[in-house]
Design a protein around this ligand. Structure first.
Ligand SMILES: [Fe+2]
Length: 201
């Protein structure tokens, strides 16, 4: 069963400002700033204020945890399914900055806005589109027990543009080749591997 939940504005402005001013957030921001795209994972200490909001708004109990995973991301994430060091039921994330573009979960589009949380169950494909070059900060992505999940391949918009061009070109070449071959004997072993790659893309 597919479940995607969007909770707008679960964190108030003053708490977000405090998080953004933390030295570990600033240090990680310096690391993402010098990248053209990618992500920087780190963690911050969990205050009882944040724990209570997460419990109240998202329904997960992190009261025994000392820290929470965080991530700066620059560029678009390609479609992917989250994974973690252990099995889990849901992915939880809260955007702490606004961003251009959109967050797409199971083919539905959502805004990337400060304080908004998303919860979706494990195994659902998700991606971002049109996020440009400004880094965005996330609390999470994490499991219901608070460990980091993800494994998102992040690319900048230029790479994504060329990736799509290359994908289209490969498809055209593949179709043209099959058209030329017509009814002649075909190399099925080659076709099989090429089909697998195209299916993956
Ligand atoms: Fe993800």
């Amino acid at each position: 069963m597919i479940s995607v939940q969007h909770y707008p504005n679960i964190l108030p402005e003053n708490i977000i400002s405090k998080i953004l001013e933390l030295p570990e957030v600033q240090t990680a921001k310096n690391s993402i700033n010098i990248k053209t795209s990618g992500s920087v994972s780190f963690s911050i200490n969990l205050t009882s204020e944040i724990k209570n909001i997460i419990l109240e708004k998202l329904g997960i109990n992190l009261l025994n945890l000392d820290s929470i995973p965080m991530r700066w991301i620059k560029g678009d994430t390609l479609p992917h399914i989250d994974s973690g060091y252990s099995s889990f039921t849901n992915t939880y994330l809260v955007y702490l900055t606004n961003s251009s573009g959109e967050f797409i979960v199971d083919n539905n589009s959502y805004p990337i806005s400060k304080g908004s949380a998303y919860v979706f169950n494990e195994g659902i494909y998700h991606e971002t589109l049109g996020t440009g070059f400004e880094p965005r900060l996330l609390l999470g992505p994490m499991s219901e027990t608070g460990f980091a999940v993800g494994g998102d391949p992040v690319v900048d918009v230029r790479v994504k543009y060329h990736f799509n061009l290359w994908k289209d070109l490969t498809r055209k070449m593949y179709n043209k080749r099959n058209y030329k071959l017509g009814n002649k004997k075909r190399d099925y072993s080659f076709d099989k591997s090429r089909t697998t790659i195209l299916d993956f893309l």
